[in-house]
Design a protein around this ligand. Structure first.
Ligand code: URP
Ligand code: ZN
Ligand code: ZN
Length: 469
């Protein structure tokens, strides 16, 4: 059955057109400029009228943590609830993580995560592979995952010593493997050893309130780690390097500097670093401040981070906005281990609001609609080996969002679809709203109602990024 989307403005990363879009068999069949007559719908076709709306590629959120096992608890969205919430927010692809820990087996960790996610996702999904214990076998197994499972990216941690941390030698070996294979190395860039000293000193001095989470993770230690990761990537033979959840001007400057040196480096930021701050949010005390404990941390509003990150997005110093969606309910999870910043599970839930929160940058004049589409959809699809996603183009998957720029909404935990008892953005008024979401040509969300089904999402095998090396 064919579907024709008529009367909308199609926004691409590279421009816009007043065109109709037809869909057949789950793929985009044609794009027809209305000036040339548009696309004539047949009597059996389903017609979706997008008058006054943008027609954009479905969002690709390349960094989410559904039902993440932290040891003491699990992030509160399952793959089912989280993927349905994502769909409501105009995201039609998520990429989560399988997690190998030191001494653990990479292939087993991947299979375990596959089994958890399979049959739950309402939208298409993929997995990155965390290497939390880089050793010879882990690197052999990561190579195996490329062909066998279509895993095109690993994740390394320069933070969390004793847990997921890689030292510089492990980083270098993993980056050499990435340079050789074309796998993307995603890096949590913070100097974990120095941060642990600051945490210990803060606790010893009786400074345990939420804001000390941020004060013990200063932007200099994020920037230093970005710099080191970039150097190691170059020494490794120019491994594809992707800095996750970049939060500060300091770290951004290191990305820009590394690029001028020819480093194969990309970076993402997240909505929380564009909209929230240490003073207004993390500084709320207990219990509310706990909601804003995430790593990298929220930054001071007095230091220009917001403005620099928006500008970084505008000029392509930052390639992507992902959510790092990692929700924990406030009292029973965030505060389960007590009221001290160093025992609160890290993470903010936001998979449902990424498209809207980045669109506020369009409303404010920071970025264009085209750039909004690029950083939320086209670029993450390209960087993570999904050529069939992130584009309104003939033959691409018909994952499409009809977005109404004139609509207004207010974010609230009482209306969101995430399995989360609070919202970091509670009360925030938004311009623009998702109206209709199609996954493989099927309407899965329309005017706030969900028509999809858990388990309908397909696992995505991905390509390594030889094209960006
Ligand atoms: O606070 C965060 N980001 N939690 C999720 C784990 C990580 O470091 O990405
Ligand atoms: Zn991280
Ligand atoms: Zn994360």
């Amino acid at each position: 059955m064919r579907t024709v989307i008529v009367n909308g403005t199609v926004i691409h990363a590279t421009g816009r057109e007043e065109s109709d879009v037809s869909i057949d068999n789950g793929r985009i069949e044609a794009i027809g400029a209305r000036a040339a007559g548009g696309i004539a719908a047949g009597p059996d076709d389903t017609i979706i009228d997008a008058r006054g709306c943008f027609v954009i590629p479905g969002g690709v959120d390349a960094h989410v943590h559904m039902q993440l096992d932290t040891g003491s608890t699990s992030s509160s969205d399952t793959f089912e609830s989280g993927s349905i919430a994502a769909a409501h927010g105009g995201t039609t692809t998520i990429i989560d993580f399988a997690e190998q820990r030191a001494g653990g087996n990479v292939l087993e960790s991947f299979e375990k995560r596959m089994a958890e996610a399979e049959s739950q996702c309402a939208i298409d999904w993929g997995l990155h592979q965390v290497l939390g214990g880089v050793d010879k076998q882990a690197l052999i197994d990561a190579r195996t995952l490329i062909e066998r499972e279509g895993v095109a990216s690993i994740k390394l941690f320069m933070a969390y010593p004793g847990r997921l941390y890689s030292d510089d030698g492990q980083m270098l070996r993993a980056l050499q493997m990435c340079a050789d294979t074309g796998m993307m190395a995603m890096v949590h860039a913070e100097n974990g050893l120095a941060i642990d000293v600051l945490i210990e000193q803060a606790i010893e001095a009786g400074n345990s309130s939420p804001e000390f989470h941020s004060r013990t993770r200063p932007p200099e230690l994020e920037a230093e780690a970005v710099h080191r990761a970039a150097v190691l990537s170059r020494v490794a033979g120019n491994a594809p390097l992707y800095i996750v959840h970049l939060s500060s001007s300091h770290a951004l400057h290191e990305v820009v500097d590394a690029r001028t040196r020819g480093t194969n480096i990309f970076a993402e930021t997240c909505p929380q670093y564009l909209h929230l701050s240490l003073e207004d949010h993390l500084g709320k005390g207990w219990p509310d401040g706990a909601a804003y404990i995430c790593s990298t941390p929220l930054r001071s509003k007095h230091e220009h981070h917001h403005a620099d990150l928006w500008e970084g997005l505008r000029v392509d110093q930052l390639a992507v906005v992902s959510t790092d969606h990692c929700p924990f309910c406030l009292r029973e999870q965030k505060l389960a281990n007590g009221e001290a910043f160093n025992v609160v599970p890290n993470g903010i839930g936001g998979v449902e609001h990424r498209m809207d929160l980045v669109y506020q940058g369009v409303v404010a004049g920071h970025i264009s609609e085209e750039r909004w589409v690029e950083v939320c959809s086209t670029a993450p699809a390209q960087l993570f080996g999904l050529p069939q996603k992130g584009r309104i183009a003939q033959g691409a998957d018909a994952d499409i969002v009809i977005y109404d720029p004139a609509a207004t909404t207010v974010i609230s935990a009482s209306t969101h679809h995430m399995n989360l008892d609070h919202s970091a953005y509670e009360g925030m008024a938004l311009r623009g709203a998702v109206r209709t979401v199609l996954s493989h040509g099927n309407v899965i969300v329309d005017n706030g109602k969900f028509f999809g089904r858990a388990g309908n999402g397909k696992y995505l095998r991905r390509n390594v990024s030889h094209n960006i090396r």
